[in-house]
Design a protein around this ligand. Structure first.
Ligand code: NAD
Ligand code: TYD
Length: 350
């Protein structure tokens, strides 16, 4: 892998992965980051990387649903491997307006696959990043394994499921060397504050309501983003071509518990609310999300036993690191929050 194309590298996981590859891993090649810079893409998160690695890191603003501009990137940079993160990623937005999810997640993935196929044996690996949400909801216990049937419930997860099927098919039909990973909910630095954990941290700091959908008993299996990055790199190096790997953090937690933990940590770290009460008092139960999956839980046994990967963070250590990061990076937070995010929130929540 000399010239690695990373799509969506200005988003939450992409930023963390690029930092991990350049600053911590044994990767020695060049990274070409292609990102459309939607509301979720923030190139500011990589300013220091752009300066420190000017001969190994390149940013191109492009839309993966535009095949012609992607083609130029493939040829100009002699791309020989791809790690595909770019996606519309927020379930609530997919309920409000699914079309961008179809365009980016399905058509965009198709374009990348076609461009790779057209280049014959020059592409050595196409790694596709997917989600455990493609498997649907685990209502009656058990865990998602690599052989769990797909049963997506939101336009987001349906679009990701569709892209997974295309990636698999390009391997079976055209021999494209692919790997796929399906991971659970990530959290950590640089996450856009529309997702549960950063939204709750920032609202709690601003002394505003903490909206919990439904009864708050839905369960997610939280994965610290750096653990996800080490897993992706492990698969890209050691994974078997054509295979899928599940990645989870072994941290199943109810949403209400997550938010209570954030409140309690903040009460200790920055002190209680202006009215001297605990931040738990900000918790507000609101209408449930339509089609809200009850429980996700990943069985990561395959990647652990076959490739030797292990997550290092517990939910407590990862959450504390995350809270600390948001407390220390208020300039990043303020820039992100003053953008389209606020307009969208206004439109949807008044
Ligand atoms: P994100 O929303 O933070 O970032 C997505 C990035 O893709 C942004 O930089 C955005 O500008 C870019 N992008 C969107 N549309 C594009 C287009 N048409 N062309 C080029 N770039 C485009 O998402 P994330 O949380 O970093 O997720 C990355 C990947 O991981 C996604 O494929 C997502 O489905 C998957 N995933 C995320 C989680 C999670 O908890 N965040 C969990 C499982 C899987
Ligand atoms: P989210 O971070 O949107 O991730 P996903 O929908 O991909 O799992 O939501 C995580 C969980 O938190 C999910 O069960 C929905 C819930 N949630 C709330 O209760 N309130 C909120 O304001 C948000 C954004 C999410």
């Amino acid at each position: 892998m000399k010239n690695l194309l990373i799509t969506g590298g200005a988003g939450f996981i992409g930023v963390n992965f690029i930092r991990y590859l350049l600053e911590e891993s044994d990767f020695e090649g060049r990274i070409i980051n292609v990102d459309k810079l939607t509301y979720a893409g923030n190139p500011e998160s990589l300013c220091d990387i752009e300066e420190s690695y000017e001969d190994r890191y390149f940013f191109v603003k492009a839309d993966i649903s535009d095949k012609d501009s992607l083609s130029v990137v493939f040829d100009k940079f002699e791309i020989d491997a791809i790690c595909h993160f770019a996606a519309e990623s927020h379930v609530d937005r997919s309920i409000a307006s699914p079309i961008e999810f179809i365009r980016t997640n399905i058509l965009g993935t198709y374009n990348l696959l076609e461009l790779s196929r057209e280049r014959g044996g020059r592409i050595r690996l196409f790694h596709h990043i997917s989600t455990d949400e493609v498997f649907g909801s685990l209502e009656d216990g058990g865990y998602f394994t690599e052989s769990t049937h797909y049963s997506p419930n939101s336009p987001y997860s349906a679009s990701k499921a569709s892209s997974d099927h295309l990636v698999r098919a390009y391997n079976k039909t055209f021999d494209l060397p692919i790997t796929i990973s399906n991971c659970s909910n990530n959290y950590g630095p640089f996450q856009f504050p529309e997702k549960l954990i950063p939204l709750m941290i920032l609202n709690a700091l601003e002394d505003t309501a903490l909206p919990i959908y439904g009864d708050g008993l839905n369960i997610r299996d939280w994965l610290y983003v750096r653990d996800h990055c080490t897993a992706i790199w492990t698969i890209m190096q050691k994974g078997r071509i054509g295979e899928t790997y599940n990645i989870g953090g072994r941290n199943e937690t109810q949403n209400i518990k997550v938010v209570e933990m954030i409140c309690d940590y903040l009460d200790v770290i920055v002190g209680k609310r202006p009215n001297r009460e605990s931040r738990r008092g900000l918790i507000t139960f609101v209408a449930d999300r339509p089609g809200h999956d009850r429980r996700y839980a990943i069985d990561s046994n395959k990647i652990c036993s076959q490739l030797g990967w292990m997550p290092v963070e517990s939910f407590e250590t990862g959450l504390l690191k995350t809270i600390k990061w948001y407390l220390e990076n208020d300039a990043w937070v303020n820039n992100v929050r003053s953008g389209e995010y606020l307009t969208w929130i206004k439109e949807h929540y008044g």
